[in-house]
Design a protein around this ligand. Structure first.
Ligand code: GLP
Length: 236
């Protein structure tokens, strides 16, 4: 594992964007696994800057996102589809038809999960998976549990996740109670994994996840078994 500690969110974002940019420069048809949350915002802003500077071409790139809230469609400004369009896709030349976010409004969420995994498989897997980490150690929305789940699946969000994510909603009651998330198989099969975490509040969980035992009670700890994982942590 490549664990990098930096002293600012700006450095974290620059470094993460450089790593993703190199993947796109090496392979114009790269498959990017993308994440939402506040952590990747700086990384996406840097990628947009690089695109505007003519350094990057996303026209051949495909993207797959980790997760989506159940019941929110892409027009809902709290949905992760909306987040991706707003914070990245509409600013770069990626083909929107080559961007995927699980459909949280699918009638049959199990089928949606199966189809999502099949799609990733058919793309040949993910070249680089960007991840944040939840305060409870979740990646995507893989919450602490007795076991790791392989497939893209429906999850009941933990009370602590609902609480943490309520900052984006008008009230806690508006936070969806369920989500659909990529499972550990697609994440662990990604050729590279890049996890970013910032803030003092993440320090304890980052230590547990990367320097503690590998346990489904700390979902991100499974990444210790990945052969090419970079963790960038900034306390500020
Ligand atoms: C959310 C997302 C995760 C994200 C995490 C941390 O619930 N599902 O993919 O990594 O929480 O979010 P933040 O970066 O805002 O701390």
């Amino acid at each position: 594992m490549n664990f990098i500690k930096v002293d600012s969110y700006e450095k974290l974002s620059n470094m993460a964007a450089d790593i993703i940019a190199n993947v796109v420069k090496e392979n114009k048809n790269a498959v990017l696994g993308l994440a939402t949350g506040s952590s990747p915002l700086g990384t996406y802003a840097r990628l947009i800057e690089k695109y505007n500077a003519g350094e990057l071409d996303f026209s051949g790139v495909t993207s797959v996102n980790l997760d989506e809230y159940v019941g929110l469609d892409g027009d809902n400004d709290q949905s992760y589809r909306y987040f991706m369009n707003k914070n990245l896709f509409k600013h770069i030349n990626i083909d929107i038809n080559k961007t995927s976010v699980p459909n949280g409004c699918a009638k049959d969420l199990n089928k949606e999960g199966e189809a999502y995994d099949k799609m990733i498989e058919e793309l040949g897997g993910i070249d680089i998976q960007l991840l944040g980490i939840g305060l409870d150690g979740h990646i995507g929305f893989n919450e602490p549990d007795e076991f790791f789940t392989k497939e893209t699946h429906l999850v009941d969000l933990d009370e602590s996740t609902i609480e943490a994510n309520s900052r984006f909603f008008a009230s806690k009651d508006e936070v969806p109670k369920q989500a659909i998330t990529m499972g550990m198989y697609s994440i662990m099969q990604a050729k590279k994994v890049l996890l970013i975490a910032n803030g003092k509040s993440k320090r304890e969980i980052v230590e547990k996840a990367f320097f503690g035992p590998i346990t489904p009670y700390v979902p991100a700890s499974i990444l210790q078994l990945h052969k090419d994982v970079t963790v960038i942590y900034s306390e500020n």
